[in-house]
Ligand binder design. Structure first.
Ligand code: NOJ
Ligand code: CA
Length: 538
């Protein structure tokens, strides 16, 4: 048993600890007006699906004004809705309609950078003496005219672009169209407090915070150290460790400030951080367990192979290192990292079902990505249809992130229920016949019904929501754990059947549904790649 989960969480725990969250990628969820682009009205029209599935909250990838150099992650106005997606009125309606179905709405905020077309940057780049100059990170060239330091963008290439007008370089940790804000500037901090309030006051339940680990940069702009053979893939790829262009200790002051703001609301708002860092750093973003992020995405888990030992290790390490009171978040897919039905399961439905059960039965808040509930796979996009700037730039070495952003297949046939049959969607639909919501909803054996049943089981078995996590010893290739005293989970992550001995109980849900309800007395036999959640005798 591990430190963080020694004490069970009380059942009156805040809603987000008991919740299942669901990421909506609005451009690809549902198109209500047949222009090929998913929109806010489309989300309203599909709330029935989300309520039926049983999710408690949705987070929406950016819906604010953007020239779409990086599809919404380059914001040109933080307080207005992107016209392609709808209006503020429709947004308010979405929040109200979702609340009627007891679904909270969280938004995505991008504090690290803006669009180069944001009026703040337009002013900032206009002259070295403009009052907004200091809102972004500007620096003089080296004497030979080259970049101020060696930092590279996480999208590849130098993180600095020379602005010929003023003769200085500006910093961008992503595209040149995404200049980084200067979080040492108090004006920037105050402005974002106000942006948070703007949306909180409209009933937004919280924010997913884009790359929140990198917003504060080294004040002296020191060179990053070279990567070593022990460093991870990204560091090796870029040839340096991202020590100074982000991940600075002072970022925690900003996150604590945001948490105070979020807690000043009744009900307190929730902060979910995008934190692509190792576990020892990840846990720091929870602060003392109650004063920084509520939830932090666990990238070592997302990138682990679907292997019993590897995944158990990530979970145990996370549980052991989290401060008291802190709450994990578990996710397998998002709009950047590919879908777990492909990445973990390689398109094998048994494996995808097991992964789904795993996500929904760990201690923590599961966050599904649209399509996870039907086991949707990545859908590769032809070169001519690529939309992600990274795919456009690096194809064929890297095809970018479009394959995990293709439209949601609601039903079979042209348009897939995403858009009208005669409309060309902004990204091509994958094949709709094999995997779609309509067909799975009428099939009691489908992955969609499995997802719904597992989510419902969390409500009837509160230990699945708040019970402590404890690893149970199991044969090689099997990962098993207990939730509280009365629930156990076992995943056979191997091709061959295995016997688990020493426990009696009853299977509530098996990933192969014919196994639901089977009682076992001392021995439970699992098929290859079968996962079960069971009630056990204490
Ligand atoms: C992370 C977002 O999820 C990704 O889509 C985006 O490109 C970068 N941050 C930059 O905002
Ligand atoms: Ca539309």
């Amino acid at each position: 048993m591990t430190a963080a989960s020694d004490q069970p969480e009380p059942q009156d725990a805040p809603w987000w600890k008991k919740a299942v969250l669901y990421q909506v990628y609005p451009r690809s969820f549902a198109d209500s007006n047949a222009d090929g682009i998913g929109d806010l009205q489309g989300i309203i029209d599909r709330l029935e699906h989300l309520e039926w599935l049983g999710v408690d909250g949705i987070w929406l990838s950016p819906i604010t004004v953007s020239p779409n150099a990086d599809w919404g992650y380059d914001v040109a106005d933080y307080r207005a809705v992107q016209p392609d997606l709808g209006t503020m009125e429709t947004f308010d309606d979405l929040v109200a309609r979702a609340h009627e179905r007891r679904i909270r709405v969280l938004l995505d905020i991008v504090p690290n950078h803006t669009s180069e077309r944001h009026p703040w940057f337009v002013r900032s780049r206009s002259s070295t003496t403009d009052p907004m100059r200091d809102w972004y990170v500007w620096a003089d060239p080296k004497p030979d005219g080259s970049s101020p330091n060696n930092w590279v963008s996480s999208f590849g290439g130098p993180a600095w672009t020379l602005d010929p007008n003023t003769g200085q370089y500006y910093l961008h940790n992503h595209l040149a169209e995404q200049p980084d804000l200067n979080w040492w500037n108090e004006g920037v901090r105050a402005e974002f407090d106000d942006i948070f309030r703007f949306w909180f006051d409209r009933g937004v339940a919280g924010f997913r915070i884009d790359v929140c680990n990198i917003i504060v940069k080294d004040a002296r702009l020191r060179d990053n150290p070279p990567a070593t053979a022990d460093d991870d893939f990204d560091a090796q790829l870029f040839g340096q460790r991202p020590v100074f262009n982000g991940n600075r200790p002072e970022v925690h002051d900003v996150i604590r400030r945001w948490r105070r703001l979020a807690e000043s609301y009744d009900a307190p708002r929730v902060l979910v951080g995008e934190t692509p860092v190792k576990i020892d750093k990840l846990v720091e973003y929870y602060g003392d367990g109650s004063d920084e992020l509520n939830l932090a995405f666990n990238f070592p888990f997302i990138t682990a192979p679907l292997d019993a030992g590897a995944m158990r290790q990530v979970v145990e390490d996370t549980e052991a290192q989290l401060p008291p009171g802190a709450w994990p978040a578990w996710t397998g897919s998002n709009h950047d990292m590919s879908r777990f039905a492909s990445r973990w399961a390689g398109g094998d439905e048994d494996k995808a079902r097991l992964a789904l059960l795993m996500l929904l039965c760990l201690r923590g808040t599961p966050v599904l990505y649209q399509g996870d509930e039907i086991g949707l796979c990545d859908s590769p996009v032809d070169k001519d249809d690529l939309r992600d700037p990274l795919g456009v730039r690096y194809w064929p070495a890297y095809a970018g992130r479009d394959a995990m952003r293709t439209p949601m297949p609601w039903r079979e046939g042209p348009g897939g229920g995403f858009t009208e049959p005669g409309t060309r969607p902004w990204l091509p639909l994958g094949p709709t016949a094999r995997c779609n919501v309509e067909q799975q909803r009428s099939d009691p054996g489908s992955m969609l019904v499995l997802a719904r049943d597992l989510i419902a089981l969390r409500r009837t078995h509160p230990e699945l929501q708040t019970g402590r996590y404890e690893t149970v010893s199991a044969p090689d290739g099997v990962w098993a754990w207990r939730r509280g005293d009365g629930v156990a989970v076992a995943l056979n992550m191997s091709d061959r059947p295995v016997d688990l001995d020493g426990t009696a109980g009853r299977v509530c849900i098996s990933t192969h549904r014919a196994g639901d309800g089977r009682a076992f007395d001392d021995r439970l036999t699992l098929r290859g790649w079968e996962g079960v959640v069971a009630e056990i005798s204490p």
